[in-house]
Write a protein that binds this ligand. Structure first.
Ligand SMILES: Cc1ncc(C[n+]2csc(CCOP(=O)(O)OP(=O)(O)O)c2C)c(N)n1
Ligand code: SF4
Length: 267
């Protein structure tokens, strides 16, 4: 199906700045869904607030545009009541890991079947470029004009430690890998986390003198490497891309069904 058949054209033109990475993520996501042959009615997209979260307004699935940081909590409610549906949750790094950090670790720990798509642009884009927990030490932001003294953390390591059963990372430069990873993530039964390095040329790029969108994407090309590559051994600063975790583990809704059965037998 052409990608345009999955979108709500009445909401276009979109709100994103020229060169924003989030549009690339939307395109890859729709291509992944198309490759899986899912019908629009089988998908529920739940999001909070942010430039990245705006994706839920543009797609013609069942959609819920909810509160900043609470998308995973709403998605958990939907999944518990309709476990047969595919839940996709697009989030920004602020939405997922600042205000939403607690929901994130617990959704991962429960291994509830949904796909968390985290667009990591290392900044709060929508509200004007405040630093996020992913900005990193020494970066500049509207709220860190003399340099950020907060340290960041590694989303892949956090998700893995919290118990996510599918964990991957890629970038907006690597669109083929992005589409493939999203396809595997949606297929996976359990909590899937896909971190996507996605450029915000307007705030993160401009403040940190990283050039335009193309230059920011070239940075992704030059500073990332497939997991376990030879270049990673030679240059440990390179950021690894690929699927880090893909495990079969008991899924929350299936276990909940078993619990209901047990309780019914008990009476
Ligand atoms: C409860 C609440 N707190 C704060 C805000 C303001 N707010 C809206 S979006 C946002 C951060 C957006 O950053 P991120 O989630 O990283 O997404 P991006 O816009 O960078 O894609 C904030 C702080 C809000 N809408 N609601
Ligand atoms: S502010 Fe940044 S994240 Fe938001 S639309 Fe513009 S480029 Fe994208």
């Amino acid at each position: 199906m052409p990608v345009k058949d999955y979108i709500r054209e009445r909401f276009f033109p979109h709100i994103w700045c020229q060169g924003c990475g989030h549009g690339i993520v939307l395109n890859s996501l729709l291509r992944a869904i198309d490759a899986l042959g899912l019908s629009k009615n089988e998908i529920v997209m739940v999001s909070g607030i942010g430039c990245s979260s705006r994706i839920s307004g543009y797609v013609d699935f069942h959609t819920l545009h909810t509160i900043h940081g609470r998308a995973l909590a709403f998605a958990t409610g939907v999944k518990m009541s309709r476990p047969e549906l595919n839940l996709i949750v697009p989030m920004g790094d602020g939405d997922a890991l600042a205000i939403g950090g607690n929901h994130f670790i617990h959704a991962a720990r429960r291994n509830i079947d949904m796909t968390a798509v985290i667009m990591n642009n290392r900044i709060y884009g929508m509200t004007g470029g405040q630093f996020s927990p992913l900005s990193g030490f020494g970066t500049l932001a509207t709220t860190a004009p003399y340099g950020n003294i907060d340290h960041d953390f590694d989303i892949v390591k956090l998700a893995t430690a919290a118990g996510a059963s599918f964990v991957a990372r890629t970038t907006t430069y690597h669109v083929k890998q992005l589409t493939d990873i999203l396809r595997y993530a949606i297929l996976h039964e359990g909590f899937s986390v896909v971190e996507i390095l996605s450029q915000c040329p307007t705030y993160f790029g401009r403040k940190n003198r990283l050039g335009n969108a193309v230059e920011m994407m070239e940075y992704y090309r030059n500073n990332t490497t497939p997991i376990g590559s030879k270049s990673k051994k030679e240059n440990p600063d390179l950021i690894e891309r690929g699927i880090f975790v893909q495990d079969e583990r008991p899924e929350y809704c299936s276990e909940y069904d078993k619990l209901i059965e047990k309780a019914m037998k008990g009476h």
